[in-house]
Ligand binder design. Structure first.
Ligand code: PBG
Length: 325
C-alpha cells in the first residue's frame, strides 16, 4: 500500500504524537563529564579552545562536583595535569599524584558520585607519548606495567572505574589481572577500544598539555579509514575483560558505534571529544548555529547510533536543557 493510504506525516502532526512514537531519548543519566585537575590552590585556568572548560585545582573541583550532582549528572572522567613530567610518566602512578589526590578528595566529600579515571601516560611523560620510548618508538610491553600501576593507584585512591586510553596491545588484560590480584576485582574497566588517531583531539592537548613532542600517535591509535579493525580491537578488549567499550571520537565514527553495538551487545560509550565541542562552540559564538539544538541533535544521534553512555563537555548544558524540557 502506498500514498494516499499511507501518510507518514500523520504521526508528525503534534508534539504529543511525535513524542509518543519517538524512538530514542537522551537522558541525563547517560552523561559523563570530563574534568581536568591541576596542582595548586585557587586554580581556574580557562582552556582557550574549549569555552566553559577549565583546569581546576582540587579546592575548585569540589564545588564543581556539587554542581554536577545538583544537575543530576551521574559521573565524571578525570584527567590530570602533573607538576613534573619525565620519561616514564612517574606522576601517573604516584601515591601523591594529582589524580590520586583528586580522587581521595572527591570520594571523601561525595562517596556515591561516580569517579572514572583516564588511564594513560601522555599527560605525564616529557615526550608526550602514551608509552615508554626507546629509539623513537613507543614500546608496547614495558608500557603495560606502568599502565597497570596507574590503574591500581587509582583504584587504591578510591576510583570507581578505570578507563585505559593508551591503545597499547594487551593493556586491558594487564590492568584486569593487576586489579584482581590486589583485591579490586569489583572495579570495572571502560576501555577506549576503537580509539582513532584523530585531529579532533587538538583542543584536549591544549587542556591537558599532552601533545606529542615528536611524531604523532599513528603507531598506536587507529587509522580513521578502518572499520573491521575496530571490531577486532573491541573483541580483544572484551576478551581481556573490558566491561564497557568505547568508540572515540564520536561524530565522525557513528558507523563504528552502530556496528560495535550490533556485534557485541556490550555497553558502548561514545566520546564526544574536544574538537567536536570546540567546533560547535565556535560556530555558536558567531551566531551561525543554534547551540542547544545542534548539541541535542548530535547527542541524540549518538544514542540512535547505539551509544549507551556519552562522554561530553556539553554535559552541564545538556542537563539544564533536558530539565527545562
Ligand atoms: C589520552 C587521551 C586523549 C583524549 C582522551 N584521553 C588525547 C589523545 O589521545 O591524544 C582526547 C579527549 C578529547 O579530545 O576530548 N590519551
Amino acid at each position: 500500500m502506498i500514498f494516499p493510504i499511507i501518510r507518514p506525516r500523520r504521526l508528525r502532526t503534534t508534539e504529543t504524537l511525535r513524542s509518543m512514537v519517538r524512538e530514542n531519548h537522551l537522558h541525563i543519566e547517560d552523561l559523563i563529564y570530563p574534568l581536568f585537575v591541576a596542582h595548586g590552590q585557587g586554580v581556574r585556568k580557562a582552556v582557550e579552545a574549549m569555552p566553559g572548560v577549565y583546569n581546576l585545582s582540587i579546592d575548585n573541583l569540589l564545588p564543581e562536583i556539587e554542581e554536577l550532582i545538583k544537575l543530576g549528572i551521574p559521573g565524571i572522567i578525570l584527567f590530570g595535569i602533573p607538576e613534573q613530567k619525565d620519561e616514564k610518566g612517574s606522576e601517573a602512578y604516584a601515591e601523591e599524584g594529582i589524580i590520586q589526590k583528586a580522587i581521595r578528595a572527591v570520594k571523601k566529600e561525595y562517596p556515591d558520585f561516580l569517579v572514572i579515571t583516564d588511564v594513560c601516560l601522555c599527560e605525564y611523560t616529557d615526550h608526550g607519548h602514551c608509552g615508554v620510548i626507546h629509539e623513537g618508538q613507543v614500546l608496547n610491553d614495558p608500557t603495560l606495567e606502568l599502565l597497570a600501576c596507574t590503574a591500581l593507584s587509582h583504584a587504591r585512591a578510591g576510583a570507581d572505574m578505570v578507563a585505559p586510553s593508551d591503545m597499547m596491545d594487551g593493556r586491558v588484560a594487564a590492568i584486569r589481572s593487576r586489579l584482581d590480584e590486589e583485591g579490586f576485582s569489583h572495579i570495572p574497566i571502560m576501555a577506549y577500544s576503537a580509539k582513532y588517531a584523530s585531529a579532533f583531539y587538538g583542543p584536549f592537548r591544549e587542556a591537558a598539555g599532552s601533545a606529542p613532542q615528536f611524531g604523532d600517535r599513528k603507531a598506536y591509535q587507529m587509522d580513521p579509514a578502518n572499520a573491521s579493525e575496530a571490531l577486532r580491537e573491541t573483541r580483544l578488549d572484551i576478551d581481556e575483560g573490558a566491561d564497557i567499550v568505547m568508540v572515540k571520537p564520536a561524530l565522525a565514527y557513528m558507523d563504528i558505534i552502530r556496528i560495535v553495538k550490533d556485534m557485541f551487545k556490550y555497553p558502548v560509550a561514545a566520546y564526544n571529544v574536544s574538537g567536536e565541542y570546540a567546533m560547535v562552540k565556535a560556530a555558536a559564538k558567531k551566531g551561525w548555529v543554534d547551540e542547544k539544538r545542534i548539541v541535542l541533535e548530535t547527542l541524540t544521534g549518538l544514542k540512535r547510533a547505539g551509544a549507551d553512555i556519552i562522554i561530553t563537555y556539553h554535559a552541564k548544558d545538556v542537563a539544564r536543557w533536558l530539565k527545562e524540557g
